[in-house]
Design a protein. Structure first.
Lengths: 241, 243
């Protein structure tokens, strides 16, 4: 009987211990976190670190530039040289430079299947919003330059469904649409065609969507000159922030 | 075996209970590989803190970068006064900084504010309507561009040739920066044209109001400021073709 009582006592102690641990877990010093959240944190931290590094290199570039300005005997020559380099970069960003690189070509066309009884024909026609969404998906996937039927997509580009045609950069186009994008071909293709991607959705509607990966794709510059009427430079750079 | 001692029953119950407790305990230790885990709050907090630290570091770095840019600009401008060659390049630089969105700009235009439906319950998606239908923002920006907008920003993010809008968890990312409603879109251009294009019957704003119950407010202004893009664009795939 003595042994049994001792055993019971030990068991009670063990239970007490376990309950304590368990309740500690529940009452707040621990937190339920899904591995996805953890993963997300790690990815964001990684990305942020990379971005900070890239800013650091840019700072070094600028510092070197500044040093050259201060020290170089050919000061004005140095300024012209560095300003031209900066100008080339800005033109790239503005989209007024022809560029080449690896990328994809998307062909987008109206569906050719028979309509279901009572179905709206608009369901199998390419709309401006379809193109907008595809371009947005491409940008999410890191596209660096995009054109639609040869028209470079820049920050002021409009895509407007007008009757049977679509207007892009003030030029009219009809189907099929050729969307070219330079960037990581695999990532961009996946962004459009993977299950749940917008291209795949259009396919299920019966539209024609075709994606090809291309090496050495050329994308034309924005042809028209860009003249602003309303915009003026505000404050000096670096002053506002 | 005729009589079961009450002690035995107690031991049985206790044993079962211990088994249960141990199982739960093991699950909570081992589960991180399979289906999430209980991790100390400190660890989660430290991850969040690290991210916040990196972000504030980014702000400081970016400040340093813009101040360097300003210094360089100062020297360029000073030299441009004397040298025609420099003046030409500097003027071109200014022009393309404005076009590309790498500079704060001001001018007449409109401010569009988009807010979720007034009551939470009316949201059919159980979350923010405008965030779920963020493609409405794409369409609105497209219409502004159609009406001749020259510079656009959404919640302080300049709309660039590489600007994306994406739904990421409980945020909408614009230029990779998380934002949330209300969305304030500033567009510089002819205020009347911009306003009329948006307000056209059965147009985008009409649709946002009637179909999605969104609260959309459009204000015409004589002067608005659209901020510059606050990141550095590095091309990794695209290579310029020299003419």
């Amino acid at each position: 009987m003595k042994i049994r009582k001792l055993l019971l006592f030990l068991l009670c102690v063990l239970i007490g211990l376990l309950i304590t641990i368990q309740s500690r877990v529940i009452t707040g010093s621990f937190l339920y976190v899904s591995p996805k959240t953890l993963q997300d944190y790690k990815i964001s931290i990684d990305n942020q670190e990379k971005e900070n590094d890239s800013i650091r290199t840019s700072i070094q570039d600028k510092e070197e530039q500044l040093k050259k300005y201060m020290e170089s005997p050919e000061k004005s020559e140095e300024i012209v040289k560095s300003a031209e380099k900066e100008l080339a970069e800005l033109k790239m960003i503005s989209g007024v430079t022809d560029v080449y690189g690896d990328g994809i070509i998307i062909v987008l066309d109206d569906g050719t299947r028979e309509l279901y009884p009572g179905e709206d024909p608009l369901d199998i026609i390419v709309h401006d919003v379809d193109i907008l969404k595809i371009i947005n998906e491409l940008r999410i996937a890191g596209a660096e330059a995009i054109s639609i039927n040869g028209q470079r997509v820049i920050n002021t580009t409009e895509i407007n469904c007008s009757g049977h045609s679509i207007r892009i950069n003030n030029q009219f186009f009809a189907q099929p649409f050729f969307i070219k994008a330079i960037g990581n071909p695999n990532m961009m293709e996946a962004a459009i065609m993977s299950p749940g991607g917008y291209g795949e959705l259009l396919l299920t509607y019966g539209l024609i969507v075709n994606v090809d990966k291309v090496i050495h794709l050329k994308i034309n510059k924005h042809e028209e000159s860009i003249e602003f009427k309303y915009v003026k430079a505000a404050a000096r750079e670096g002053e506002l922030r | 075996m005729k009589k079961i001692a009450s002690g035995q029953i107690i031991v049985a119950i206790v044993a079962a209970f211990i088994g249960l407790t141990i199982t739960v305990q093991i699950y909570s230790l081992d589960g991180n590989i399979v289906e999430g885990s209980l991790i100390p709050i400190q660890k989660a907090q430290s991850l969040a803190a690290e991210l916040a630290k990196l972000k504030s570091e980014r702000e400081i770095l970016m400040e340093e970068y813009t101040s360097l840019e300003a210094k360089i600009k100062e020297i360029q401008d000073a030299e441009a006064k004397e040298d025609v060659l420099i003046r030409n390049v500097v003027n071109e630089l200014d022009k393309y900084k404005t076009i590309s969105g790498m500079r704060d700009v001001k001018g007449p235009g409109v401010i569009v504010t988009i807010q979720d439906p007034p009551t939470e319950a009316s949201s059919e998606y159980g979350e923010s309507t405008i965030m779920y239908n963020y493609s409405l923002l794409l369409m609105l920006i497209n219409k502004l561009n159609d009406a001749g907008a020259e510079a656009i920003s959404i919640n302080g993010q300049r709309y660039m040739s590489v600007t994306e809008i994406s739904l990421a968890g409980s945020n909408v990312n614009i230029n990779s920066v998380p934002t949330a409603p209300p969305f304030v879109i500033r567009a510089i251009g002819n205020p009347d044209t911009l306003d009329a294009t948006l307000n056209i019957r059965f147009g985008i704003v009409d649709q946002m109001r009637s179909k999605y119950d969104l609260q959309v407010k459009i204000e015409k202004r004589d002067e608005i400021i659209v901020p510059r893009y606050n990141e550095i664009i590095k091309f990794r795939y695209a290579v310029p073709i020299e003419q």
